[in-house]
Ligand binder design. Structure first.
Ligand code: LLP
Length: 404
């Protein structure tokens, strides 16, 4: 069950909102910072997973860098205190405007995705009288055994430069005076649970590819292994800090590192997912012909993962637990939102404590790819962030009757 220290004040906050457990988030960040210091593997947080300012301030203060995929993410990262030299600009389709923005800020490296992009980045660098530090994103053709929407390292995916184009890529970076070749980047997918097997395979491929570059006389100064560590959506409280130890150890044991060669990883989900929950209120308990619906005030516009990927998020009735001592009988519900789409469903046939209008419900593990993927669909307002240690500052539920 989601830990709430003061449920009475929690209940006064207007729903829906994203609730961030700052204690858990800080513990997670500290764990990763400690492993990074111990292994020398540098961490660039993947901002796309959650661009909450406060969470990012905490990460930048731990010395992490940022993996950005748009011009606005770059500006945001600078505003959050990330060192520009520790910002890498990836992104599958960078615009001229974004490339110029990145030069202006003085980012650490461009991660380029195609032969065409090597040419464009080199060209813009020449026109600006600059030199672009460039890593090549390689598509290693590895299956990470995850959802097909979030695999990125197979030939059929749009990402990266395939090994069949290496020779051409090598020639392009070597021959362009406006390009300073920095290294190679790999990211094979997200929500990887078989970390040991998949990352070992990734490292073996990387070792092989790095040797191929070296035999062409190219020094690989940096290896970036991307993100991808999965989290436990079924049991978010079992291991709330994901298994970073195994990830770091597998890299340490399998990646052949040259002296002076930097190694980076880009975790997104694993740093933020478990620290965030979407909190919503029961509006109606509706009896359908053959189903019981729990109609809540959050919708797919607030958290699209279940609708988009069929993703599972644990759902809990907080009021039943904190107000009634978890004594209520259990019932099966479809938990649905108010958006006019059949896909607006957070979970089908969920066994929950018997629920009532006004109960607070938590949709767990929503810290990653939750708030950032929200939309105004149906002209619904965006759910704000509320922090566990600043409950008193959160927007309060209003008494609407008084204003009619
Ligand atoms: N690096 C690159 C190049 C990436 O494309 C991604 C994520 C990451 C790092 C961070 O990966 P993570 O550690 O979060 O797995 N919206 C989807 C996930 C999309 C991931 C996109 N790329 C979801 O909700 O599951």
């Amino acid at each position: 069950m989601l830990r709430i220290d003061d449920f009475a004040s929690f209940k006064r906050v207007a729903t829906p909102f994203y609730y961030y457990d700052i204690d858990l988030f800080t513990r997670t960040a500290d764990k990763v910072a400690e492993l990074s210091a111990r292994t020398g593997i540098q961490v660039h947080y993947s901002i796309k997973a959650n661009s909450d300012h406060r969470l990012n301030d905490i990460l930048s203060s731990r010395g992490f860098g940022a993996d950005c995929v748009s011009g606005d993410e770059i500006d945001f990262a600078v505003g959050c205190g990330y060192d520009p030299k520790k910002i890498f600009f990836a992104g599958v389709g960078k615009t001229d405007k974004e490339i110029c923005q990145a030069f202006q800020v003085g980012i650490g490296a461009f991660v380029v995705e195609s032969l065409e992009e090597i040419e464009i980045v080199g060209d813009i660098a020449r026109r600006l009288g600059r030199k672009a530090t460039v890593s090549l994103r390689i598509n290693p053709n590895i299956d990470p055994h995850t959802h097909h929407y979030i695999t990125t390292g197979l030939y059929e995916d749009k990402f990266g430069i395939s090994d069949r184009s290496f020779d051409e890529a090598v020639a392009m970076v070597r021959d362009n005076p406006c390009i300073d070749f920095y290294g190679l980047q790999f990211h094979i997918g997200s929500q990887i649970l078989e970390v040991e097997d998949v990352v070992r395979l990734e490292c073996e491929k990387v070792n092989d590819i790095v040797s191929r570059f070296e035999s062409n006389g190219i020094v690989v100064r940096n290896i970036d292994l991307g993100g991808g560590l999965g989290v436990d959506y079924d049991q978010p409280d079992e291991c709330p800090v994901p298994d970073f130890e195994t990830w770091f150890r597998t890299i340490h044991d399998n990646l052949v590192r040259r002296p002076d060669q930097a190694v980076h990883i880009e975790p997104g989900r694993s740093l933020v997912a478990q620290a965030g929950s979407l909190i919503t209120e029961v509006l109606y308990v509706k009896k359908g012909e053959n189903r019981r619906f729990l109609m809540v005030d959050a919708g797919m516009n607030d958290l699209i993962r279940p609708a988009l990927y069929g993703a599972y998020h644990k759902i809990e009735n907080l009021s039943a637990f904190y107000e009634d001592g978890d004594l209520r009988e259990r019932k099966v519900y479809d938990v649905v939102g108010p958006v006019c789409e059949s896909a607006d469903c957070f979970g089908k046939e969920r066994l929950l404590a018997r629920s009532r209008r006004g109960d607070r419900i938590a949709i767990r593990s929503a810290g990653a790819y939750g708030q950032v993927m929200a939309s105004h669909y149906n002209m619904r307002p965006l759910a704000p962030a509320v922090y566990s240690d600043r409950l008193a500052e959160a927007p309060r539920k209003k008494d609407y009757f008084a204003s009619v």
